[in-house]
Write a protein that binds this ligand. Structure first.
Ligand code: NAD
Ligand code: ZN
Length: 249
């Protein structure tokens, strides 16, 4: 693996417009389980889809109960070596844009400026009204749910409030996807860190970046569907691989 890590280090050193694309695998070392790895959350919990959430108060209560159960996990999570290495890359001007599928905000917690992070799937800090679009802190809604057992309605219009993290079947935030798309087409290096590359349309980005001429490098513990078109595949731990490549502890 050492040779692959040196190659990655050399490519990062030469990159001018690298896109760093991260998935749940970069945060497992922070104690947040991924969805599709061997310990994945979806092996234990059935997700509430966007259509179910919109249509049914029962589904909304189930979703809030799940959030209430998982919230301590997110609240206690701190950035790990992988996040620190990504932050070092951005600080050194080598990571042009961090495009993440994660909703945990650990890239920002590690010091990546907000304007350098595109959250393709939103985040768990905010909630938004599905009817009028108003946004509020999600933690306050969750606290009210804990006390009353009811999902609070929108204070502005009485509409349906939902955490501002994208659910199955929910459209991605269009501005975030457009920005990620543009950066991917202009990228000279597209680095995937800890993603199963099975969630669309996010997983289209590495494909288009590669077609537009970027080098594609994938660091993931398990095989991904794009391994065969990547110029570099490192089957290892994100924090260890990137930490070693960049000399970040
Ligand atoms: P995924 O769960 O589909 O895949 C994660 C991949 O990372 C797996 O292939 C797994 O083998 C690999 N992996 C796990 N730990 C690793 C490590 N330490 N080093 C290297 N590889 C490792 O995740 P995804 O591709 O991001 O898609 C999942 C969806 O779930 C996304 O939509 C995302 O929004 C959401 N999600 C986010 C979080 C979070 O914010 N931390 C956590 C779970 C799920
Ligand atoms: Zn509203």
């Amino acid at each position: 693996m050492e040779r692959e890590i040196s190659t990655l280090a050399a490519w990062l050193g030469a990159a001018r417009r690298a896109v760093i694309f991260t998935g749940a695998g970069i945060s497992t070392a922070s104690g947040i389980p991924d969805f599709r790895g061997p310990q994945g959350l979806w092996r234990r919990i059935a997700p509430v889809t966007f259509a179910e959430y919109r249509a049914s108060a029962v589904a909304r209560r189930r979703a809030f109960a799940l959030h209430a159960q998982l919230a301590p996990l997110w609240a206690d999570a701190r950035p790990n070596r992988g996040h620190r290495a990504v932050a070092a890359l951005v600080a050194a001007g080598k990571g042009h844009l961090v495009v993440t599928q994660n909703v945990d905000r650990l890239h920002q917690a590690a010091g990546v400026p907000d304007e350098r992070v595109v959250e393709l799937h939103g985040n768990l800090e905010r909630a938004r009204c599905l009817d009028c679009g108003v946004r509020t802190p999600f933690a306050a809604l969750l606290e009210r749910f804990r006390q009353s057992g009811e999902v609070p309605a929108c204070g502005a219009c009485g509409g349906v409030m939902k955490v501002d993290a994208v659910s199955f079947g929910e459209p991605l935030p269009a501005d975030a996807f457009a920005r990620a798309w543009e950066a991917s087409l202009a990228a000279d290096l597209f680095l995937v860190l800890g993603s199963s590359l099975s969630v669309y349309p996010a997983a289209e980005l590495p494909l288009w970046a590669a077609r537009a001429g970027a080098r594609l490098a994938i660091v993931n513990r398990e095989p991904t569907p794009l391994d065969e078109i990547a110029q570099l595949v490192i089957r290892g731990d994100v924090g260890e691989v990137l930490g070693c490549a960049l000399g970040v502890a």
